[in-house]
Design a binder for this molecule. Structure first.
Ligand SMILES: Cc1cc2nc3c(=O)[nH]c(=O)nc-3n(C[C@H](O)[C@H](O)[C@H](O)COP(=O)(O)O)c2cc1C
Length: 359
């Protein structure tokens, strides 16, 4: 039986050659000063263009949203020109590519930000249990500064501007990163949002930033070009959601009528998010599991067979298997990636993993 992952997908706004998406993965190889993607980034993504959909690594809309060394931006003309080379290469290889819009909020450090700026977040709630990778090695986090209401509004506008830049750079669409404990989830979660203005104070208030960003981005480039990634009940990066069902059901119900390109759900934690949210979402749904080991082909197939998602995204397996769909199709052996070459550096561990034809 052929794998359901290999069937083409035709959704309301997406036509994909298969149901395998490449999940967004930060690789830390952009120029740290200019935020322009590495000259090899076009080759890296073009090698992986047989995925039905590529979602890029997270890209900042505002330099205060940069989470580590070598993370690219999509603000300046030079950055747009760098990404244009990437999208051209992927399109030439027959692929579809969305840019991930990523503001990290409190998950950064003065050593990462220009001028030693203090990270901004919904509230001045620091992270105690984790350290952060900087140019001076791994260091403890600092307490972030709470955004003013005006800063929250400016940041919403920065996401919309980034989406316009993404379209100028030739991307097929954008994915708003609302997952994994970064800025948008910091607004959604009770423990990181202690605000008393209209961006906090109640469930409606906690949802407002996420909804404003998605609406602003959809107004900027059209809802059919916008996806949203969420990770309900994900404790990563010291997020504690008291009522994930209440929060995410309300978020999804508010966004479903917009006609977005897709909802990308990372399932993690006790809340069975895919099963709970699937019936509430009438558009395309992309599933993802984020466990300690790279997710298997079979796990994605089971999700599709159960009707819990239309497309399934793979992260780690794409690092060392650029032609992952061909390997799934032929049950070919899967290569393992080299851990210390994941972040930063140049070609090694980036564009030198061979495809099957070259093994
Ligand atoms: C090296 C690496 C970088 C990642 N960077 C991002 C990112 O920039 N944005 C994001 O939403 N998720 C990011 N993730 C999470 C992946 O998109 C995905 O959810 C996770 O790897 C689980 O899928 P897998 O089991 O197929 O690897 C990253 C994961 C890895 C391994």
């Amino acid at each position: 039986m052929t794998s359901p992952l290999l069937a083409p997908y035709e959704g309301p706004h997406l036509r994909l050659r298969n149901r395998i998406a490449m999940a967004p993965m930060t690789r830390g190889r952009a120029d740290d000063v200019t935020g322009v993607p590495h000259p090899l980034t076009k080759e890296y993504y073009a090698q992986r263009a047989s995925a039905g959909l590529i979602v890029t690594e997270g890209i900042w809309p505002d330099v205060l949203g940069k989470g580590g060394p070598g993370i690219p931006g999509l603000v300046t003309d030079e950055q747009v020109a760098g990404w244009r080379e990437v999208t051209d290469a992927v399109h030439e290889a027959g692929g579809t590519i969305f840019a991930q819009l990523w503001h990290v909020g409190r998950m950064t450090h003065p050593l990462v930000l220009p001028g030693g700026a203090t990270p901004v977040a919904p509230s001045a709630v620091g992270i105690r249990s984790e350290r952060i990778h900087t140019s001076e090695g791994s260091v403890p986090h600092v307490t972030p500064r709470a955004m003013t209401t005006a800063e929250a509004e400016t940041t919403v506008a920065a996401f919309a501007a980034e989406a316009r830049n993404a379209v100028r750079a030739g991307f097929d669409g954008v994915e708003v990163h609302g997952a994994n404990g970064y800025l948008i989830q910091q607004f959604l979660a009770e423990n990181t949002n202690r605000r008393t203005d209209r961006f906090g104070g109640s469930r409606e208030g906690r949802l407002r930033f996420a909804l404003d960003v998605v609406h602003a981005v959809a107004d900027a480039v059209g809802p059919e070009r916008v996806g949203l990634r969420i990770s309900p009940d994900n404790p990563e990066n010291e997020i504690a959601e008291e009522d994930p069902q209440g929060t995410y059901r309300a978020l999804v119900d508010a966004l479903d009528p917009l006609g977005l390109a897709y909802l990308h759900v990372i399932e993690r934690g006790a809340y069975g998010a895919l099963a709970d949210l699937r019936p509430r979402w009438s558009g395309t749904l992309i599933g993802n599991f984020n466990g300690p080991e790279p997710t298997s082909q079979r796990a994605g197939e089971e999700v599709l067979a159960a009707g819990l998602a239309d497309v399934f995204s793979y992260g780690r397996l794409f690092i060392a298997n650029p032609d992952l769909p061909a390997r799934f199709a032929t049950s070919a052996p899967l290569a393992a990636h080299v851990e210390h070459l994941v972040y930063g550096g140049h070609a090694e561990g980036y564009v030198d993993y061979p495809s099957l034809a070259r093994v």
